[in-house]
Design a protein around this ligand. Structure first.
Ligand code: AMP
Ligand code: GLY
Length: 420
C-alpha cells in the first residue's frame, strides 16, 4: 500500500519510522517532511496546510492511505477533503477536530457532559472579560479560544497580568482571530500527565502515559516551548488513576462527541492534571503529541499501521494494542536561543552506532549534508528496562549527536525519577 504522512516534525519522523516496519506498506511519502525524514520516506514539496496540494498528490500517486498528523490541517478539514477524494485517512474530520480547534467548544462539551475540568467562563466581548476579572480568584488562567502554536495560555499571577492577557488577545489580536474569544479558568495544581489514545469512535485504547517538559530551562524555568523532552510511562499515572480516567474522562468524552454528531476517530490526546480532587482535563488535542509521540510509539509493540487501519475501519475493539514493558526517554536538542531567536545552517553529525533512535524535526539537506533549520532540531530517544537507564542512555547518545549551537535541558526525567 502507498501511504503518505502529512507534517514535518519529530512526531512525523517517529510515525514514519514506525510505519516503515509494516510489511504491508510498499511506498511511504512525507508532505513536506524534512531533511532527516528524507532518509525514511520520499519527501514531497507540499505544505502541511495545503489541502488542495495533498488531494492532488494523493490522486496523482494513487495513495491508499493518509496519516494527517498536525493540528492545523485537521482543524482545517484535510481529512474530509482526502476522504471525499477516496483516500482512507487516519485522523479526525473537521467537525471532531474542533475539540482542539476551539477551547470554548471543548470547555462547553466538558461542562455539558460532566467531564472533570477546571471551572471556567467564556467571553467574546472584551468588556465582559474585564468585568469578570474584577472579582475572579487569582492566580487565574487566560486561554485564547483557537490554535495559537501552544502559546495561547497565560497563567496570570496578578489581576493586572490577567487584564493585560485579555487585552492582548481580544483587543491587540496577539494570536489573530484565535483570541477573538477567550476562556478564563480556575488555576489548578498537581502533576501533569499526557495520555494518547487510539479511538475509532466507540472503543478507546490508551497508549503508555507520558510526561512532557515544556519549559526551555532546567528546573522548569524559562519560556514555554513546544516541548524539550519526554519520558514514558509517567509515574504519576498509577493503575488506579488510569481506571478513574477511563471511567470519568476517556469514555465520557467519546460518548459526548458521538451524541454531538461529531464522532472522533484517530488519536485523541488527553492533557491531564492530577489534582487533589482527582484527574481533570487541562486540554484535548486532536492528534499525537510532540514530543510525546517520540517516547510513546517506541513502546508500542503492535504494528502501528494495523492499529491505524482498525481505527479507520471501526474495528479497534478486535485489534490488539500491545504496549511494551520498559521505559523511554526523549531528549530534544534545540538551537541555542530557542524559543526566541537562534541561528541555523549548522551541520549535524549523527554517529552510525548509536544505541538510540534519532527523530529529526528542524533540519534540511544542503548539498547532501544535514544542517539545522529550526528551533527544535531533533530528539534522541532511548528505551530501557528502567527509567533511570532510559534517561542515562538517552543523554549518552544525545551527547554524541553534535551540531554547533546545540542546547538541551539536562534534567529530562528527573521529576519522574523522584516521583518513582
Ligand atoms: P495548554 O496549552 O492548554 O496545555 O496549557 C499549557 C500549560 O499551561 C499546561 O501544560 C499547564 O501547565 C498550564 N495550564 C493550563 N491550564 C491550566 C490550569 N487551569 N491550571 C494550571 N495550569 C494550567
Ligand atoms: N507536547 C504537547 C503537544 O503536542 O501539544
Amino acid at each position: 500500500m502507498k501511504v503518505m504522512v502529512i507534517g514535518s516534525g519529530g512526531r512525523e519522523h517517529t510515525i514514519i519510522k514506525a510505519l516503515k516496519k509494516s510489511p504491508e506498506i510498499t511506498a511511504l511519502y512525507a508532505l513536506p517532511g524534512n531533511g532527516g525524514i528524507a532518509a525514511d520516506a520520499v519527501c514531497v514539496n507540499v505544505g502541511a496546510k495545503d489541502i488542495e496540494g495533498a488531494v492532488r498528490f494523493a490522486r496523482e500517486e494513487k495513495i491508499d492511505y493518509a496519516v494527517v498528523a498536525p493540528d492545523d490541517p485537521l482543524v482545517l478539514g484535510m481529512v474530509d477533503a482526502l476522504e471525499a477524494a477516496g483516500v482512507a485517512c487516519f485522523g479526525p474530520r473537521k467537525n471532531a477536530a474542533i475539540i482542539e480547534g476551539s477551547k470554548v467548544f471543548s470547555k462547553n462539551l466538558m461542562k455539558k457532559y460532566g467531564i472533570p475540568t477546571a471551572a471556567y467562563e467564556t467571553f467574546s466581548r472584551l468588556e465582559d472579560a474585564l468585568a469578570y476579572l474584577e472579582t475572579a480568584k487569582i492566580p487565574t488562567v487566560v486561554k485564547a479560544d483557537g490554535l495559537a502554536l501552544g502559546k495561547g495560555v497565560i497563567i496570570a499571577e496578578t489581576r493586572e497580568e490577567a487584564r493585560q492577557a485579555v487585552i492582548s488577545m481580544m483587543q491587540d489580536k496577539r494570536f489573530g482571530e484565535s483570541g477573538s474569544s477567550v476562556v478564563i479558568e480556575e488555576f489548578l495544581t498537581g502533576p501533569e500527565v499526557s495520555v494518547l489514545a487510539f479511538t475509532d469512535g466507540s472503543c478507546v485504547r490508551p497508549m503508555v502515559s507520558s510526561m512532557d517538559h515544556k519549559r526551555a530551562l532546567d528546573g522548569d524555568q524559562g519560556l514555554n516551548t513546544g516541548g524539550m523532552g519526554t519520558v514514558a510511562p509517567n509515574p504519576y499515572y498509577t493503575p488506579e488513576i488510569a481506571e478513574t480516567c477511563m471511567r470519568t474522562i476517556f469514555l465520557p468524552t467519546i460518548a459526548a462527541m458521538n451524541t454531538e454528531g461529531r464522532t472522533f476517530k484517530g488519536c485523541l490526546y488527553f492533557g491531564l492534571m492530577i489534582t487533589p480532587d482527582g484527574p481533570k482535563v487541562i486540554e484535548y488535542n486532536c492528534r499525537f503529541g510532540d514530543p510525546e509521540t517520540q517516547v510513546v510509539l517506541p513502546l508500542l509493540k503492535s504494528d502501528l499501521f494495523t492499529v491505524m487501519r482498525a481505527v479507520t475501519n471501526g474495528t479497534l475493539a478486535e485489534t490488539d494494542v500491545e504496549i511494551a514493558d520498559g521505559c523511554a526517554c526523549c531528549v530534544v536538542k534545540a538551537s541555542d536561543g530557542y524559543p526566541q531567536s537562534y541561528e541555523t545552517g549548522f551541520e549535524i553529525t549523527i554517529p552510525e552506532d548509536l544505541d538510540a533512535e534519532v527523530f529529526v524535526a528542524g533540519a534540511k539537506l544542503d548539498g547532501g549534508k544535514l544542517v539545522t533549520s529550526g528551533g527544535r532540531v531533533l530528539g534522541v530517544t532511548a528505551t530501557a528496562p528502567t527509567l533511570r537507564e532510559a534517561i542515562d542512555r538517552a543523554y549518552a547518545n544525545a551527547d554524541r549527536v553534535t551540531f554547533a549551537n546545540a542546547y538541551c535541558r539536562r534534567d529530562i526525567g528527573q521529576r519522574a525519577l523522584q516521583a518513582e
